[in-house]
Ligand binder design. Structure first.
Ligand code: CA
Length: 231
């Protein structure tokens, strides 16, 4: 690592916050931490962080609102939500609002570090391929996370771009949800994998790239196999 990656942790449970700070410092990251939601948002909007970890339940402002506010300013900012275990609504909410990933509490340290590294690694990617044409109606600017669909501007999150690029690189075959989770989200292959993350992202993406998202022609499901991108 040439430069230390800088992380922001917004977590009000002090034992968890301190544990995260110690863990990240030990692993060579620079970390700032806040317990209050509004203070966390101010820091997020003013500082330059390589990654933000957001708890959901926080004093003064919850993690979803913070995520939403950050996304209004930056679609590129990598965000991981820290959700309670079995809180399905939290996961769906967080991903819908544009979080890149979530980690359910209580998390394993190994899993957490893997996911953090994965999100950091991906955020520096995609200088190679800079545009992606989908059908006749859409051209995607991979670097600037934007596109033009029939003359209208479309905005993408970095994760959505990652998914499209990965599917394009593997166009010759359908890509399984589990493969996307290990290759894009960097879940460890043996983890108890929840493939819903992928489905939520695909559904959002279809609304942006398909002329009729209920009848997808480009981002198609191959039954029992996974997803395929048809350009
Ligand atoms: Ca909390």
């Amino acid at each position: 690592m040439t430069k230390k990656a800088k992380l922001l942790v917004v977590e009000d449970e002090m034992a968890i916050q301190q544990g995260l700070v110690d863990l990240f410092v030990f692993n060579g990251y620079e970390v700032e931490a806040y317990a209050d939601g509004k203070e966390g948002l101010d820091a997020a909007l003013q500082g330059h962080y390589d990654l933000i970890l957001l708890d959901v339940m926080l004093p003064s402002m919850d993690g979803f609102t913070i995520c939403n506010e950050i996304r209004k300013q930056s679609r590129r900012q990598p965000i991981i939500m820290l959700t309670a275990k079995n809180a399905e609504e939290d996961v769906i909410n967080g991903l819908t609002l544009g979080a890149d990933d979530y980690i359910a509490k209580p998390f394993s340290i190994r899993e957490l570090l893997l996911r953090v590294e994965a999100v950091l690694r991906l955020s520096g990617k995609h200088e190679v391929q800079d545009s992606l044409k989908i059908g006749k109606h859409l051209e995607v600017d991979v670097v600037n996370l934007s596109g033009t669909m029939n003359g209208k501007a479309v905005l993408f999150t970095r994760r959505e771009i990652d998914v499209m690029c990965y599917l394009k690189e593997n166009q010759h075959k359908p890509v399984a949800r589990k493969e996307l989770l290990t290759e894009i989200w960097k879940y460890s292959p043996n983890a108890d994998i929840d493939t819903r993350t992928v489905d939520i992202h695909i559904a959002k993406l279809r609304k942006k790239i398909e002329l009729d998202h209920k009848n997808p022609q480009h981002l198609v499901t191959v039954r029992g196999e996974g997803y395929k991108l048809i350009l």
